[in-house]
Design a protein around this ligand. Sequence first.
Ligand code: C2G
Length: 130
Amino acid sequence: MKRVITFGTYDVFHIGHVNILQRASALGDYLIVGVSSDALNFKKKQRYPIYKENDRVHIISSLKCVGEVFVEESLEKKLEYINEKKADLLVMGDDWTGKFDWLRPWCEVLYLPRTPSISTTELIEIARVR
Ligand code: C2G
């Protein structure tokens, strides 16, 4: 039984998010998703996500390919989450390439190519100018 873990904000949920979650889930038997808290996003980007934390958790939980969801409170807690959830494989988009290699003694780490031409930031920008 291979347990896969991945992390993200998944704000303004879009096709790039579905693609990475489906590909991550296909790499194992059970997919665990850490959804970044509103507070963590504020710390990282100096703005809150458009969708509230509970709604982002609800959206990700309702996907067929997702086994379980938890709230990621801190970027530095990756190892704790991996151990607690007994993850065998960490999957991240390739915008994070190299950033989590240090976790390799504890679990496999894989970076998957991002879906081109779509991002939450771009969607917000498009909505703003229309
Ligand atoms: N993604 C993708 N293709 C896109 C956009 C996003 O494959 N066009 C992937 C990202 O690479 C990431 C996941 O979707 O793996 C979630 O993206 P974000 O919500 O932008 O998450 P991020 O802010 O990178 O996560 O511990 C990590 C943090 O939780 C941050």
